[in-house]
Design a protein around this ligand. Structure first.
Ligand code: NDP
Ligand code: 2IT
Length: 446
């Protein structure tokens, strides 16, 4: 065991027995700890300040019951949470997820990741995450509206434009943000930017819907440019069929790549010669309508039940669905078929043993906290637009997003370069840590 592992194990032990069952949270903490603890231990000011320990214990976890009525009049009870991890560099900021798998473990992992991601953007944004174990599948529009209103009734006392600014995540898109913003406006009795991802007619930013997927492609373009290459003609496999996946697909297709897959929990849509823009838009429409993608009417595209995108020999792989979706055996498939880049649109989509496989190969891996940071970065731009009560054009936001992703790439590359090779995960962890550490030290023991 090397020194990094010894320090990491000791650190995780110190977090206490209550975290032992929080496997996703511990996984996320371990990734950062392995890269930053040697720096922290070698600097008495940082180790005395217990910087990482303070980030690994959220400021607070709000937990509440959400009670709402179904269309038939039945009473439903769900659990809701907001994990406010750290506001040391800005108001708490991060998405809300509605999914039956949502738990304190999942939200602590996402809130922890969000702190580092937000630090990398260079914007004044703290870290948080929230959501509910509510399952929107099979629910009517009106049930979803009532759920969102009931959820916001509980959350409203804890958020605000300078306090905590939620946004979307899995199963929380423009429709849900609209219902939650309406409820916030009523409960708070004021009109402000307490949520991002709002519609354009009531304070939303141009490009927020597209931002995460687009930013992933901008990040890969920055990676390829390092070696004078580009995306044209590359076979790109993408998992998921949601916001991040389909916008990454559209931008990659526009850049001349062949988008060979999108997927959902039932299988993979495969197009050997690359998907057309129309096909990707069809997937978006099906997803928005709550329908499956198993019957594409386009020539050259087929739906393969139970298949995963990683078995179709991509040059670039973009996991954009959920945490721990890409396992060891799938990583081996990618390595064996000569994949060059794995860049994360989802948060922590690789299992630890999948990461080990990639790290032992020539595949370059870009972590989500850098590669998908454009979503929250445009949320940051939405907050500024709301504060100064003006809006930027789509072109202005897109230009800003391209610039931000280049800056993030440069920050990460600077910290992560070793022996002429960039370790993107290490660079992202160290660059995010340094900014957070400076702020924690400057603000005293709190
Ligand atoms: P969406 O709800 O829009 O889409 C999620 C999609 O992923 C669904 O279509 C779902 O399929 C699919 N999915 C879930 N689990 C699996 C699986 N095991 N295999 C294949 N497909 C699966 O969510 P987002 O696109 O917003 O989020 C996706 C990821 O990106 C998450 O990790 C999120 O945290 C991350 N992210 C999101 C940001 C945002 O701005 N929205 C910003 C940064 C990161 P099905 O329809 O079958 O359920
Ligand atoms: O994981 C993420 O970065 C998000 N879900 C977006 C957060 C935000 O506040 O825009």
């Amino acid at each position: 065991m090397d020194r990094r592992d010894v320090l990491t194990n000791a650190f995780v032990d110190e977090l206490g027995s209550h975290t032992r069952s929080q496997n996703n949270f511990i996984q996320a903490v371990r990734h950062v700890a392995r890269d930053v603890l040697t720096i922290e231990k070698n600097d008495p000011a940082l180790s005395n300040a217990k910087v990482l320990h303070r980030l690994a214990e959220p400021d607070r976890i709000l937990s509440f019951r959400v009670t709402w009525e179904s269309d038939t009049g039945g009473v439903n009870i769900n659990r809701g949470w907001r994990v406010q991890t750290s506001n040391v560099i800005g108001p708490y900021k991060g998405g809300l997820r509605f999914h039956p798998t949502v738990s304190v473990d999942i939200l602590k992992f996402l809130g922890f990741e969000q702190c580092f991601k937000n630090a990398l953007t260079g914007l004044p944004l703290g870290g948080a995450k929230g959501g509910s174990d509510f399952d929107p599948r099979g629910r009517t529009e009106r049930e979803i509206m009532r759920f969102c209103q009931a959820f916001m009734r509980e959350l409203a006392p804890h958020i605000g434009p300078d306090r905590d600014v939620p946004a979307g995540d899995i199963n929380v898109g423009p429709r849900e943000i609209g219902y939650m913003f309406g409820a916030w406006r009523k409960f708070a009795g004021q009109y402000d930017g307490a949520l991002t991802g709002k519609g354009l007619s009531y304070g939303g930013s141009q490009m927020r819907v597209e931002a995460t997927g687009y930013s992933l492609v901008y990040f890969i373009q920055a990676m390829l440019e390092q070696n004078g290459r580009d995306l044209a003609g590359k076979r790109v496999a993408i998992s998921g069929k949601g916001n991040v996946a389909t916008h990454a697909a559209l931008k990659a297709q526009e850049a001349g790549a062949k988008v060979i897959t999108l997927s959902d929990t039932s299988g993979t849509l495969y197009a050997a010669d690359g998907m057309s823009r129309d096909l990707i838009c069809w997937v978006q429409q099906r997803k928005d309508a709550g329908e499956d993608i198993s019957a594409p009417k386009e020539k050259g595209a087929s739906f393969e039940s139970n298949a995963v995108p990683w078995s179709f020999e991509p040059e670039i792989a973009l996991p954009c669905a959920t945490q721990n979706e890409l396992t060891q055996i799938m990583a081996k498939d990618l390595v064996d078929s000569g994949t060059e880049i794995v860049a994360e649109g989802a948060n922590m989509p690789l299992t630890d043993d999948a990461l080990e496989v990639l790290n032992a190969s020539d595949v370059v891996h870009a972590p989500g906290k850098a590669a998908n940071a454009g979503g929250v970065a445009v949320s940051g731009l939405e907050m500024s637009q709301n504060s100064y009560r003006r809006s930027m054009s789509a072109q202005e936001v897109d230009n800003a997003l391209v610039g931000l992703m280049k800056e993030i790439h440069a920050r990460v590359a600077e910290e992560g370069t070793q022996d002429g090779r960039i370790d993107y995960a290490r660079g992202a962890n160290i660059a995010g840590y340094r900014r957070l550490a400076q702020a924690i030290q400057a603000q005293g023991v709190l």
